[in-house]
Structure formats: C-alpha cells, structure tokens
Design a protein around this ligand. Structure first.
Ligand code: ADP
Ligand code: MG
Length: 253
C-alpha cells in the first residue's frame, strides 16, 4: 500500500437541506495524528462519524487503507455490495466517543472482548490475552474485573480507548475524548492518547485541547461552517493565517 492511509475527497453531508460538510478533503499518512478543531456545530463530529460511516455522507469518497466507499454512487449498489463495502470500511477504524458508551452490565474485560469475540469471531482466550495487554497499556491492568460504574470518568474513558484498540483497527477516531471529564481527569486520558501517538498509531482526534494538539498533532484541520478553513502542521495553531481561526483560538486558549 502506497500513499496516505486515510484519504477523504469532496465529502458532503446535509441534514434536512442544511449542508453540514461542504466539500471536505484531506489525507493522513500512516502513523500520524490529525487534530480536528473548530467551533461547536462546525461539522467535526459529522466528519469523524463519516469516516466510520456512522453517518452516510451524500457525496465524496472515504478511503482507509484498502477499503473505500464512493458515497455519490453508494445508493446505486446492490444490498450485498453495500454491506461488503460498509463492513470493510468500518472495520478499518475504531471510535472513541465523548462519553465512553461502555456496557454497564459487563466487566471491563468483557467490554474489551465483546467486539472481538462476537463481531470478529476471534477465539475468546486470544481476545482476553489481548484485552489484558491493552488494559496494561492504558494503565488499568488491575481493573479487568471491575464494572464501569466502579471506575472514575477518566478510567472509563481509558477503557473506551482500550476497547477501540481491541478491534485492531488501522485508524483510531476520537471525538472530544476529554470534553465530558472533570478538569483533573483530562490529563490521564490525554497521556494515553499521547502514548498511542508515540507508538505509531494513526489517530484522528477532535479536540479543544489546543496545547495538546500543538504538541502531538502532525496535521491540524480547522473546520468552520462545514469547510476546512485552515489546514497545516501544528504551527498553524501558533500562527493562524485566517481570522476565523484566530478568533476561535482566542476564545479557547
Ligand atoms: P460539531 O461536532 O463540530 O459540534 P456536528 O458535526 O455535531 O458539529 O454538527 C454539525 C451540524 O449538523 C450542527 O448544526 C448539528 O446541529 C447538525 N447535525 C448533526 N447531526 C445531526 C443529525 N443527526 N440530524 C440533524 N442535524 C444534525
Ligand atoms: Mg461534536
């Protein structure tokens, strides 16, 4: 496979006639971190959800590794073909949400093995060994048998990250993973994300943590009104070229 790991071309999405993504294009190389910033309602979550096809774009192409969908023609495909394309593209990424979405009636370990065993059909002992390794990685090796309600918000979010990794995706998508946390819990989650970046995971993260983005991101996308208003290396956060970006950074810094 040559070229970028992620390629998004001409993505469009409207809700009830209102365009929320308007011709969004970007690419990301394997092992890089893309930070998506922008005001509330600018389309950040819709963009991330489109990469995982939790939202079906109206037009545009999303490719991750060898899986791609051309949404302009997707509806014309047969049901079987649609299912195959969806499964392939969805399988390339794992999603981490603002609030963790853990299964409350399952232990931490079961939360991690559920997808690999039930969805991916992997052997349970293998999935459990992987889950223990991932819990160690996010600093929760001793909490495998706890239930989500017994964990702090920061710990729950770290389990959410480990759960996304357990599906062995090529890309991890994180949608404001620290926004719902008390301030004192933000650091431990960002530290885990930083570790993943250091280990070479390919990440796309929506965040308002500008300093974190400046430290960790290889690429920054600034979304405004459904278009990428500014795009570049982390330096754009120190020296933005566009007034909208400047205004936004003044507000959040
Ligand atoms: P952000 O994550 O940047 O805050 P979103 O992508 O969540 O922005 O939303 C962009 C716009 O699309 C907002 O105006 C939001 O109200 C609208 N929107 C998002 N999801 C839906 C939906 N499922 N139905 C209708 N409108 C939606
Ligand atoms: Mg959002």
């Amino acid at each position: 496979m040559t070229g970028p790991l992620i390629e998004v071309q001409g993505l469009r999405k409207a809700f009830d006639g209102t365009e929320v993504l308007r011709d969004v294009s970007f690419a990301a190389d394997e092992g890089t971190v893309t930070a998506v910033l922008g005001p509330s309602g600018s389309g950040k979550s819709t963009l991330l959800r489109s990469l995982n096809v939790l939202e079906q774009p109206d037009a545009g192409v999303v490719r991750i590794a060898d899986a791609s969908i051309d949404f302009a023609t997707f509806d014309d495909l047969g049901k079987g073909e649609q299912k195959r394309e969806l499964a392939a593209l969805r399988g390339r990424s794992g999603m981490v949400f603002q609030s963790h979405h853990l299964f409350p009636h399952m232990t931490v370990l079961q939360n991690l093995t559920e997808g690999p065993v039930r969805v991916q059909g992997r052997p349970a002992d293998e999935a459990e060994a992987d889950a223990h390794r991932l819990l160690e990685q996010v600093g929760l090796g001793d909490r495998a048998s706890a239930y989500p309600s017994q964990l702090s918000g920061g710990q729950q979010q770290r389990v959410g990250i480990a759960r996304a990794l357990a599906l062995n995706p090529q890309v991890v998508l994180l949608d404001e993973p620290t926004s719902a946390l008390d301030p004192e819990l933000v650091g431990e989650v960002l530290a885990v994300v930083r570790d993943l970046a250091g280990e070479g995971w390919t990440l796309v993260i929506v965040t308002h943590e500008v300093r974190f983005a400046r430290d960790v991101a290889d690429q920054v996308l600034f979304l405004d009104g459904g278009v990428i208003a500014e795009q570049g290396g982390p330096a754009v956060l120190s020296d933005p070229q566009h007034e909208r970006t400047r205004q936004f950074l003044r507000r959040v810094l």
